[in-house]
Design a protein around this ligand. Structure first.
Ligand code: SF4
Length: 257
């Protein structure tokens, strides 16, 4: 339970990360975590959140990494504001703030994160909050992400953070119904600071039926027209056919704190 350097696809989100929940009760059908952790434990049950958080170990790690100046993402093996969370994330934010770290939170429940707005404000520009935006309607969201907050709740909460001068971002990964992702991109354009755009990977053949080059063309067009800073993830960018992308738009570290 220490701050670490992620690798592979996860590295595209942040140079550092901290995982403290094992499991998540958001129940996303496409969740990548059971496949990864199941390799080490055949009985792994992702819906069972195990959270005896070792705060002293986290504090040791935060102290050791003090002054590293690199953004820490919460988190990859679970959602920092899942339904089972009972204040653990606030305590961790207090530790990370004390040691003056830069923190990026990614959650499908930013509404719950508003509980910690006072603390989050005290980070100043060392903090940003993002949410994964997948569907533009409740029906699809309930089918695919049954335990997570609804699309409108995510948008409303992100907007509230932005109104409070907190840096906001959105993760468009996975993209399951491109038209819905494009609708959401337009919806956040008035207030979001930046977006990271990926795709759906290896899920029941659905990803094979999507025209990803067209999706790149349309999403980049919206970002440029609406003046949204963006990063196109490696899995998606290999499908690019002719859309000019600047070095920053394919630089995984460009949008870090
Ligand atoms: S919120 Fe993230 S960790 Fe939780 S089930 Fe969904 S994809 Fe998995």
């Amino acid at each position: 339970m220490s701050i670490y350097e992620p690798t592979g696809r996860a590295r595209e989100y942040s140079p550092l990360a901290l995982n403290y929940f094992k499991g998540c009760d958001h129940g996303c059908l496409y969740c990548y975590v059971p496949n990864i952790l199941g390799r080490y434990d055949s009985k792994y049950n992702h819906s069972n959140v195990i959270n005896p958080v070792d705060f002293s170990k986290i504090e040791q790690s935060a102290k050791k990494m003090r002054g590293c100046e690199k953004q820490i993402l919460l988190s990859f093996t679970g959602d920092p504001y899942c339904n089972s969370e009972k204040g653990e994330t606030r305590k961790i934010l207090e530790i990370l703030n004390f040691y003056e770290h830069k923190v990026s939170v990614l959650t499908k429940n930013p509404k719950k994160a508003l509980r910690d707005l006072d603390l989050i404000k005290s980070f100043g520009n060392r903090f940003k909050i993002g949410s994964t935006l997948t569907f533009d309607n409740e029906k699809d969201s309930k089918e695919w992400e049954k335990g997570a907050s609804m699309p409108n709740q995510r948008l409303t909460a992100l907007k509230k953070f932005a109104e409070n001068n907190i840096i906001t971002w959105a993760s468009f990964e996975p993209v399951i119904i491109p038209k819905q992702s494009l609708n959401l991109l337009i919806e956040v354009s008035d207030f979001i600071d930046h977006v990271k755009i990926g795709k759906l990977n290896n899920y029941k053949g659905i990803d094979k039926q999507i025209d990803w080059s067209r999706f790149i063309f349309e999403s980049v067009k919206i970002c440029r027209e609406k003046n949204i800073k963006f990063y196109i993830k490696n899995d998606l960018v290999i499908h690019n056919k002719g859309v000019y992308l600047s070095g920053n738009e394919i630089n995984q570290d460009f949008l870090n704190l």
